[in-house]
Design a protein around this ligand. Structure first.
Ligand SMILES: Nc1ncnc2c1ncn2[C@@H]1O[C@H](COP(=O)(O)OP(=O)(O)O)[C@@H](O)[C@H]1O
Ligand SMILES: [Mg+2]
Length: 339
């Protein structure tokens, strides 16, 4: 559905240029809910804005639905935008127009037949569960309702692609879940390909089928959300995923010995592995924290344990654990009190 080929976006500056997107190649397939995560200033918005012609690439090619959109004239860009809807963090609704008029405006801009507009507005409001808000003004709506209007407006002309730039970042946790559910539903019932930028990891884990991690204009890691988050390779990705497991510093500082984090896939328990390592090697393993997380509805287990013992015994125990789990990460090498 979307293909980036060596895309570069540079902004001219007084002394030279600033390269916001460097040589990005990426393939987003029809039906994906493709997420782009990364720190502020990474180039996420700039990259995504090339998909609907809001931003021209400096180099490279972008194909949308098999058409090269890199060099379009204005009327071709208008056609492209019928295929590519977009929603924003701050909704961007016209405040002096009603909900119905906001959506109608989008239909008008995109030359939707006048006599069909009213019915289409109703259909769209039905889709996002806001039928009773047809004549309400944006100021009287909650954040979640405003974003529903944003979604209805973006879907006005039946696009094949929906771009979402931090679309849930201004919403509270509960409303975020509601919007995520609507987007999932739209993706599955209408088959729309969704490209979603966010810094909210909860959204990423629940919504995205695939994810790309962006840093300093480059895509440093990409794949299915489960694979990328269950087995992160890049340091940045590890950091993004890691903040999900918080153990109070107080507990860490009170605990003796080495502290490690094990990850394991699926529902199976690793407690027997820990128990066996305890028995087989001259070490004392202690479970500090354990939980099962769900990434795109598939489980991944995380267990934090402390280990006390002689160095070579610890090494052997870790080797055994490593062979039987998905991965080990040392959280702290040694305690303040030497074991
Ligand atoms: N129109 C512009 N002119 C100059 N620099 C820009 C422009 N748009 C974005 N940038 C710069 O490009 C970098 C990437 O911006 P952006 O794509 O918005 O990042 P993100 O969405 O990941 O936070 C930032 O350093 C930003 O300041
Ligand atoms: Mg941005």
């Amino acid at each position: 559905m979307i293909k980036f080929e060596n895309v570069k976006v540079a902004f001219k500056q007084k002394n030279g240029e600033f390269v916001a997107v460097k040589d990005v190649s990426l393939h987003i397939e029809a039906g994906d809910i493709y997420g782009i995560v990364g720190g502020s200033g990474a180039g996420k918005s700039t990259l995504v804005r090339t998909i609907n012609g809001l931003q021209q690439p400096t180099q490279g090619h972008i194909f949308v639905d098999n058409e090269d959109i890199t060099q379009l004239n204005n009327s071709q860009i208008r056609e492209l935008r019928k295929k590519v809807g977009m929603i924003f963090q701050h909704f961007n609704l016209v405040s002096r127009k009603t909900v119905g008029q906001n959506i109608e405006l989008a239909l008008k801009i995109q030359e939707y037949p006048k006599e069909k507009r009213k019915a289409r507005v109703e259909e769209l409001l039905e889709l996002v569960g806001l039928k009773d808000k047809l004549n309400a003004y944006p100021a009287s709506l909650s954040g979640g309702q405003k974003q529903r209007v944003g979604i209805a407006r973006a879907l006005a002309t039946n696009p094949k692609i929906l771009l979402c730039d931090e679309a849930t970042s201004a919403l509270d946790a509960q409303t975020t879940v509601e919007i995520v559910d609507i987007l999932k539903q739209i993706n599955s019932s209408l088959g729309i390909t969704i490209v979603f930028i966010t810094h909210q990891m909860e959204v990423a884990k629940n919504l995205f089928t695939k994810v790309a991690v962006m840093s300093e204009g480059e895509i440093i890691e990409h794949g299915t959300t489960y694979e990328v988050f269950a087995n992160p390779q890049a340091e940045l990705t590890k950091k993004l995923v890691e903040t999900q497991i918080d153990i109070p510093d107080k507990i860490i500082s009170k605990t003796q010995g080495k502290i490690i984090k094990l990850t394991y896939k699926g529902n199976r328990s690793v407690e027997p592995i820990v128990a066996y390592a305890n028995k087989k090697y001259e070490v004392v393993l202690n479970i500090l924290h354990g939980r099962i997380e769900y990434i795109t509805e598939k489980p991944i287990g995380v267990l934090v344990v402390s280990i006390i013992g002689e160095a070579h015994q610890i090494d052997k125990a870790l080797e055994y654990i490593k062979a039987n789990t998905e991965g080990i990460e040392v959280i702290r090498e040694k305690g303040s009190e030497v074991a």
